[in-house]
Design a protein around this ligand. Structure first.
Ligand code: NAP
Length: 297
């Protein structure tokens, strides 16, 4: 079993995940670009270092969860990146949602150092990360996944092997196309009903008594109804995932007309300065356009 974990990225997801690894008994050496965010993990017993390379130097497993493709490339191949120190035999687990093609390239570069790579994007958001109940979608070699499984089990309850390098990410992009569209269309329906004079609570009762009921919208509704857009999953990152999905759709000649439209709605909300709010804040763009607010108080 891997004992020593280099952990890179202490954002909304990374912070609770790293804490769970410390709680599970791993020796965690953490790096975050903004040093201040590393205080909690340091108090919990992790070592905090000044570069990804330092985090990887003695690690059996290097865990990455940062914003986007450029950020992963920087922490892997940039100055002070993990490729400077990555040990032969180490496993890199990347849970960031990024381009599957770039992920495959980074897997090859790690192999050049004698290390293995898994793309292991997640779903379950901040609360799933805190409870250690994430669902993983995993691409890479099956035997590497078997070796990495104890680490992943400390972070999640479901681990779904998707196939070769990049296929965990392909699955994740498809999942976020569905999730982003569900929230956006839920908000469109709520705005339409509210403008017509149907109260949001009444509309919710109807949805929950119908086939349109979904765990996702049950979870998001109370936040929308009280106008609380504290980010669980920042809107700008959902927009990033829709961009990545459209790139994948183009490369594979898959038409995605609805996803293309939904991407532009999130893109407009981001351009309005809502990118750091939760992606449910997409409702505020629709509200402002329709001149009505979906609030219960
Ligand atoms: P976040 O709170 O915005 O955190 C992003 C992290 O990436 C921070 O630690 C940030 O460092 C780091 N970072 C960004 N650019 C960097 C760079 N150039 N070099 C080094 N570090 C960099 O995002 P998050 O919600 O934790 O999401 C992280 C990843 O998980 C994303 O790929 C996202 O799509 C995916 N994801 C998120 C959720 C969710 O519900 N939140 C669910 C599933 C998947 P600083 O602190 O210095 O900014």
């Amino acid at each position: 079993m891997a004992q020593s974990i280099g952990f890179i990225g202490l954002g909304i997801m990374g912070q609770p995940m790293a804490l769970n690894l410390v709680k599970a008994g791993y020796k965690v050496t953490a790096f975050n670009r903004t040093r201040g965010k590393a205080e909690a993990i340091e108090k919990a017993g992790a070592a905090v270092v000044a570069s990804p390379a330092e985090a990887a130097r003695h690690a059996d497993v290097v865990y990455i969860i940062v914003s986007d493709t450029a950020a992963v490339e920087e922490v892997v191949t940039g100055k002070g990146g993990i490729l400077e120190t990555l040990r032969s035999g180490a496993i890199v687990i990347d849970s960031s949602t990024i381009s599957p093609g770039v992920s495959r390239k980074l897997a090859c570069m790690s192999a050049g150092k004698g290390a293995s790579w898994l793309d292991a994007p997640v779903t379950g958001s901040k609360h799933g990360a805190e409870k250690g109940e994430l669902t993983f979608m995993i691409g890479g070699d099956r035997d590497v996944l078997d070796r990495a499984m104890p680490v992943l089990q400390a972070l999640g309850k479901k681990h779904i092997y998707c196939g070769a390098h990049g296929s965990g990410l392909s699955a994740k992009l498809a999942q976020n196309v569905i999730q982003s569209t569900m929230v956006e269309i839920f908000c469109e329906g709520l705005v339409l009903a509210t403008k017509a004079g149907v109260r949001p609570e009444t509309m919710m009762e109807i949805i929950q008594g119908s086939m349109a009921r979904a765990t996702l919208t049950d979870f998001k509704a109370p936040f929308i109804f009280r106008g609380d857009f504290t980010p669980y999953f920042p809107l700008k990152l959902m927009h990033k995932d829709l961009e990545l999905a459209m790139e994948a759709a183009y490369a594979q000649n898959v038409p995605m007309p609805t996803a293309a439209a939904v991407k532009e709605v999130y893109g407009t909300a981001k351009a309005q300065g809502k990118g750091d709010l939760d992606y449910a804040a997409v409702v505020t763009f629709l509200e402002e356009t329709a001149g009505v607010k979906v609030r219960t108080s």
